[in-house]
Design a protein around this ligand. Structure first.
Ligand SMILES: Nc1ncnc2c1ncn2[C@@H]1O[C@H](COP(=O)(O)OP(=O)(O)O)[C@@H](O)[C@H]1O
Ligand SMILES: [Mg+2]
Length: 230
């Protein structure tokens, strides 16, 4: 039996401006060591669901459990610490800090959980060389291509060795060649102690996940799992 890392329980989300529930009674368990893709048309609630899992947004009703611990969405500072140490997030538009270099963007993320600059620098350099972008370390985000910026964002997402990686249309702003490379890196971040959840419009990439989830009319449906050898 695989171990549940995230449990979503009777989650509803309604934005005050909308009359309808964007998410409607979502129940799902994510297992550690697995990858999940979330598909669905634009506006179907993929980002909303990821933002609730990352505690950036809160459900209107229902609960999220991480490692069996119920999230209290009012405890912002505790949730900020949990997010920094346990969750790595990758966005479509990279969300790098523009006034900091590639190196500093990763370093700052590391320092947010442990104030050890020597260790943080070492880890950052290791990350940068892993994704073969060490030569861009002193470049600012504006000096990076989309593919390079997303590599930096991946480094930032994994520098704290999080248990959870969330990616929201990580290749939505990239060309085909870069998209393939980024997905290769992203899928490689998965390990037996980690869950990877990504939203995408691209069916080819969606099918590379162990499980494919679909949001239809606010409901989460598990569609075909990847056919796996074993
Ligand atoms: N902050 C917000 N305020 C009001 N409505 C929102 C907000 N964020 C998202 N929505 C609405 O929720 C729905 C789902 O949006 P979203 O989760 O971004 O979809 P997706 O990521 O699948 O494209 C859309 O109808 C969108 O307009
Ligand atoms: Mg979205």
């Amino acid at each position: 039996m695989s171990k549940t890392i995230i449990k979503i329980s009777n989650v509803y989300k309604k934005f005050s401006k909308n009359k309808f529930n964007v998410l409607q009674n979502i129940n799902y368990k994510f297992s550690i060591g697995k990858s999940y893709s979330i598909v669905g048309p634009s506006g179907s609630g993929k980002s909303t669901l990821l933002n609730i899992i990352s505690m950036i947004d809160k459900p209107t009703k229902g609960n999220i459990f991480i490692n069996n611990k119920k999230i209290n969405f009012k405890e912002n500072s505790i949730n900020d610490i949990t997010r920094a140490s346990k969750i790595g997030i990758i966005y479509q538009d990279f969300n790098l800090l523009n006034d900091f270099t590639a190196f500093e963007n990763i370093l700052i993320a590391r320092l947010s959980i442990e104030n050890d600059i020597h260790k943080a620098s070492k880890l950052t350099n290791r990350m940068l060389s892993k994704v073969k972008i060490l030569k861009r370390k002193n470049h600012f985000p504006s000096e990076l291509s989309g593919g390079e910026a997303q590599r930096i964002a991946i480094c930032r997402a994994i520098v704290n060795s999080p248990q959870i990686i969330l990616a929201d249309e990580p290749t939505g702003s990239l060309d085909k060649k870069n998209s393939k490379e980024i997905f290769k890196l992203l899928l490689n971040t998965k390990n037996k102690n980690r869950v990877l959840i990504f939203a995408t419009h691209n069916m080819y990439f969606a099918n590379l996940a162990d499980y494919k989830l679909q949001i239809i009319d606010g409901k989460l449906k598990s569609s075909n799992a990847r056919i796996r050898k074993k």
